[in-house]
Design a binder for this molecule. Structure first.
Ligand SMILES: *Cc1c(COP(=O)(O)O)cnc(C)c1O
Length: 367
């Protein structure tokens, strides 16, 4: 049996006609930017997320950047970011001239470890950017408590965790303003680039709406130096068809994870995903760890089983951040994860036979 790392077919095939009709509708209406589709999607995503405002933007990286701009982050402001994350979190800080202050994760949940945050604070620290990595909610209770105590803002990177929760509160609702991504492979994916900011703060909502659209509320009147980062009508129309299915797709991801957990228990040095008390996990990715990662990946690849590594190089070791002078060994937990992590196939619609096929190959590897 071959199992691709990702297949959209079980999600996309049943809604094909509905999606194509939604696209045709936009085509025929002839209103292509910031029209009724974006407006409706924003309201529907807010209802889903239990948040006051959603601002549709061009992609997840812009969402994070716009959140930091709206919070008025200034050059030299220090921002706490995870040492292990997709590079977008760091890039958003770089765009506004912020000083990146990486903090190591919990080695089992892979999320920012609240116990390590306070040691990294200085009088110049302005904010914290927790990333709900692989789909598991960060410990938002403790993180928000630290932020309140020290007067810091919080921007959640919710690109991988739509629908996850910490103690009943949805990710993307705790921080002052939070970014998410609808990149096709995300749990809620468009047919191209798309993203959103979510916030419960009316003033930030107004500011971000203005910033995403040329700094303008009224056409041809520009209040601030804004950007062009609008969610497309076509993508919004597609997302509106997909959003009502997200909870069912998440349930399927959880079922796939539960099957993996059963089928992979107790093999060699294999570390399976751990879910922290208080957190829920929506399994954007199912990430295992082993010291023999390269050989295991090779073994699976030769049998037609798709895997990826999230992520092979932590941000501080990327060439793009060489100027920060963060040496190998500077963030050993992030480096250990980068050296040992392997993401197994994970998509709604995977069957127990698919999971068993992958698990059998993993088992045969460990003998
Ligand atoms: C995908 C992703 C982003 C960026 O989203 P884009 O839409 O690709 O710009 C940011 N942070 C994390 C953790 C992501 O996984």
């Amino acid at each position: 049996m071959t199992v691709p790392f990702l297949s959209f077919s079980p999600q996309h095939d049943p809604i094909r006609e509905e999606v194509l009709a939604a696209i045709a509708n936009v085509y025929d209406k002839q209103w292509y930017v910031l029209g009724e589709q974006v407006k409706s999607f924003e309201a529907e995503y807010s209802a889903f997320s239990q948040v006051a405002h959603t601002i549709g933007v061009a992609n997840g990286l812009d969402a994070l950047h716009l959140a930091l701009l709206a919070l008025d982050v200034q050059p030299g402001d220090e921002v706490i970011v995870p040492s292990n994350t997709y590079i977008a979190t760091w890039l958003a800080v770089s765009y506004v001239g912020g000083v990146i202050v990486p903090v190591e994760p919990d080695p089992y949940t892979y999320n920012l470890d609240p116990a390590r945050i306070e040691a990294a604070l200085t009088p110049r620290t302005k904010g914290i950017m927790p990333v709900h990595l692989y789909g598991q909610a960060c410990a938002m209770g403790p993180i928000m408590a630290i932020a309140r105590k020290h007067g810091l803002w919080v921007v959640e990177d919710n690109a991988q965790a739509q629908g996850a929760a910490w103690e009943g509160g949805f990710t993307g609702t705790f921080g002052n303003a939070n970014g998410t991504s609808f990149y096709p492979g995300k749990n809620l994916g468009a047919l191209g680039d798309a993203g959103a900011v979510t916030t419960n703060d009316d003033a930030l909502d107004a500011k971000i709406r203005t910033l995403r659209n040329y700094g303008s509320q009224q056409k041809y009147y520009n209040e601030v130096i804004g950007q062009n980062s609008r969610l497309d009508e076509l993508q919004a129309a597609v997302l509106r068809v997909k959003l009502p299915h997200l909870s069912a797709w998440t349930a399927q991801r959880r079922q796939v994870a539960a099957w993996y957990d059963q089928h992979l228990a107790g093999l060699g040095d294999l570390i399976l995903p751990a879910v922290a008390p208080g957190a829920t996990h929506v399994y954007h990715l199912y990430v295992i760890r082993t010291a023999r990662r390269e050989a295991l990946q090779q073994h699976l690849t030769t049998q037609g089983l798709g895997t990826l590594i999230h992520y092979p190089v932590p941000p501080h070791r990327q060439q793009a951040y060489a100027h920060l002078g963060m040496a190998a060994g500077a963030f050993p937990i992030a480096e250990e994860i980068a050296d040992t992590a392997l993401s197994l196939p994970m998509w709604p619609g995977m069957t127990e036979a698919h999971v068993a096929g992958v698990a059998d190959a993993v088992r045969s590897f460990f003998g």
